[in-house]
Design a protein around this ligand. Structure first.
Ligand SMILES: Cc1ncc(C[n+]2csc(CCOP(=O)(O)OP(=O)(O)O)c2C)c(N)n1
Ligand code: SF4
Length: 535
């Protein structure tokens, strides 16, 4: 055993290394990025991690499928992503509960209650429930480590993927973690035999029946799991899930006379919940996310004779992160005096001075002045083009949506339609809609903002930049005479405006690659960029 000061994310990564993974798979996204980055760095410097494969994937679906392929071939695989990434990976994820896994697959999701750097605050425990697989929810960095080690063993024992759900506060805070010092690669498992991985309907029906048949065991396991702890004391009870347990302990200054069910292992341990509810009159449910447990417990008709409180009852807010202060009030303690933060001036995020995206937006705005353009955009630093003075972003829905939405609008007869998308987002999910737009020769202009990096999440390498990007665009069917490259720099402004004007005037598809490095690639180290960026 040795002790290391680790982020929750890093504790998960260290545990995966110690569990003998053959590979880590991911696409960057806050708050999960550091999981993969820790493995990547360990591969370079830690002999225990030598031989682990750690390459960023093009998107989360690809990452999940690569992990599944590694498992099929007999090696344990770690796959991590932010919560909205699981929407992208949902297809293989849900289906892998039917195929099952060979060597252990652990999927780690970083949820972001409060939307510190995300488009929504969806709760991934629902995905686990939907796929009918076990979900583990650690409360501390030590549990991040221990639950991950256990998750690999459990995944192999069940032949199912196991999900670990983290939230931003846990993923991004540090504590001392006791780790095993004996991490080493495991033997390769034999490849599966038979057809169970081929989900044609006849096999899929059998596999789904097998998954359903496994459900009583999953429930029995969670009932007995040491990750779920029931302590009966007074008639006031709390069910605390994951990190919410810490908040309850802080808010109440320890357990006091509360009866407490701490949940870290799902499916919901129904027997333990029943014991707590039978024992108590008043039950507060503390979940940092959606009211998964509260909703299930109340059902359609509620629990007669018991007071069930939580986000649905209004005792805790319906949206946003939980905090010890919110729980203190819900537990009947006086609210703590607020810190006087009013004097701090609000500082909205901005594009950096000298950012190439600024010059791209200035040129787009000038080239479309006088018309009423629809300016679809996407997710990255450039989303900040929504702010004045540019106001050049009218939409940002999900990664890759700019090109598809522009195509839809063009088909509705809208004109001019211009969309902006970053190089990494283009590789993630912009290429597929461009195939259709090129085939239809849609009347729209796509501007790919190639700053040679995935800047927003901390300057990870991009898969579609420079000459490679141009080759991809041509390969997707864009006519060479309608593919242009501009240099987004103040000295080239007039020239760029003219190129965009002509592209917009052309009744068909044009793609403009706006090619200039993020300024921080030149003047800052990756670590400095990572310290300042997120999402
Ligand atoms: C499905 C999903 N995965 C990951 C993210 C996190 N994320 C936000 S923007 C972005 C990529 C940004 O890179 P790029 O498109 O090249 O733009 P830049 O920030 O470099 O301007 C990532 C990975 C997300 N928001 N949604
Ligand atoms: S990090 Fe780079 S791409 Fe992002 S705003 Fe700053 S200069 Fe622009």
């Amino acid at each position: 055993m040795r002790t290391q000061l680790l982020l929750g994310d890093e504790a998960v990564a260290q545990a995966a290394i110690d569990a003998g993974i053959g590979g880590a798979f991911s696409y960057p996204g806050t708050p999960a990025t550091e999981i993969f980055q820790y493995v990547e760095q360990a591969v370079a410097g830690d002999p225990a991690a030598a031989g682990i494969s750690a390459l960023w994937s093009a998107n989360e679906k690809v990452a999940y499928e690569e992990a599944l392929g590694m498992s099929y071939a007999g090696r344990r695989a770690l796959v991590s992503m932010k919560h909205v990434g699981l929407n992208v990976a949902a297809d293989p994820f849900i289906n892998s509960a039917l195929t099952g896994v060979n060597a252990g697959v652990v999927l780690v999701i970083g949820d972001d209650p409060g939307m510190h750097s995300s488009q929504n605050e969806q709760d991934s425990r629902f995905y686990g429930d939907f796929a009918q697989i076990p979900v583990l929810e650690p409360a501390t960095q030590q549990e991040c480590y221990e639950f991950t080690v256990r998750a690999f063993e459990y995944s192999e024992q069940l032949g199912l993927p196991v999900m670990i759900r983290l939230v931003t506060r846990l993923a991004h805070s540090r504590a001392n973690v006791k780790v095993r010092a004996d991490g080493r690669a495991r033997e390769q498992k034999a490849r599966p035999t038979g057809n169970s991985w081929t989900l044609v309907p006849a096999i899929a029906r059998q596999r789904y029946a097998a998954l359903l048949a496994l459900q009583p065991k999953l429930l029995e396991d969670s009932q007995k799991s040491p990750m779920n702890k029931l302590t009966l004391a007074g008639r006031r009870g709390v069910i605390a899930c994951g990190i919410a347990h810490n908040y309850v302990m802080e808010a109440n200054d320890g357990p006091g006379d509360l009866s407490i069910l701490k949940i870290g292992h799902y499916p919901i341990p129904i027997g333990l919940v029943r014991e707590l509810v039978d024992h108590c009159d008043d039950i507060l449910i503390a979940e940092d996310g959606y009211p998964l447990l509260e909703k299930r417990l109340l059902g359609v008709l509620g629990v007669p004779g018991k007071r069930i409180r939580g986000r649905l009852s209004g005792d805790l807010p319906a949206a946003g992160e939980l905090t010890p202060d919110l729980l203190a009030v819900a537990l009947g303690h006086p609210p703590r005096a607020e810190l006087p933060l009013d004097d701090l001036a609000a500082r909205p995020p901005q594009l950096c001075r000298g950012c190439p995206h600024i010059d791209s937006f200035k040129a787009i705005v000038e080239a479309t002045a006088g018309a009423t353009p629809i300016l679809f955009s996407d997710i990255g630093c450039y989303t900040l083009g929504v702010m004045p003075p540019y106001r050049a972003v009218h939409s940002c829905v999900d990664m890759g949506s700019s090109i598809s939405m522009a195509h839809g609008a063009a088909r509705a007869g809208a004109y001019p339609v211009v969309c902006t998308i970053g190089d990494s987002t283009f590789a993630h999910s912009g290429m597929t809609p461009l195939i259709g737009a090129a085939q239809a020769d849609a009347n729209m202009t796509v501007v790919i903002l190639d700053n040679s990096t995935t800047a927003m999440t901390g300057a990870q390498a991009s898969m579609a930049t420079g000459e490679r990007l141009l080759g991809i665009v041509r390969g997707l069917g864009v006519k060479p005479e309608h593919l242009h490259v501009i240099d987004p720099h103040p000295s080239k402004h007039a020239e760029n405006v003219e190129i965009i004007r002509r592209a917009v005037a052309h009744q068909g598809l044009d793609v403009i690659v706006s090619d200039r490095e993020c300024i921080h690639l030149k003047v800052k180290t990756k670590a400095e960029i990572q310290a300042g960026q997120h999402s």
